[in-house]
Design a protein. Sequence first.
Length: 198
Amino acid sequence: MGLDTNYIEGQTPLNEDEREGILIETISTRGELDEFEQANIQQAIEWTLKYKFSPDRILTEEFLLQVHKKMFAEVWQWAGEKRKSNKNIGVDKYQISVELKQLIEDCKYWLEKKTYDPDEIAIRFSHRLVMIHVFPNGNGRHSRLVADIFISHLFTRPPFSWGRSDLSKSGQIRKIYLEAIYAADKGDIKPLIEFSRQ
């Protein structure tokens, strides 16, 4: 495939097999790919607005995979499938299911014990999803949509604003977002919580 994959900071490069999974053969530039992906993601967002999802539904591996599939199934053959290769970020590919299960159990505990306020629970869950890096690509966008589903369906609060910007594009807002992610990686979740409501 002749897809020009210019990656910006914080994006996970696809390997050759993963790039071969593109479903729209006419896509040749990063800009075209972004447009098709964004149209698919918009459909996924509309899907999340049509239904009321319970904690028992959201807190399952199946649901998390389903959200990714809804977001990317029109563009990528592997949408909704766990990655089969190791990346420059994330757990070992063989640990994905184990880490997801642990995250889900941790989150159930946070909810039951009210360990954190709702925004923090949603952002901690989202951040851990990114750290696991379940999919070949789209992990950041997936984790943000999951956080939005979480906060709106479980706590009936407004979705997060995420800097009111397209975070898949390079720029100052993405830089602030990545700095907040890196801070969370080191254990300081506050910048990411604050950014999510800017």
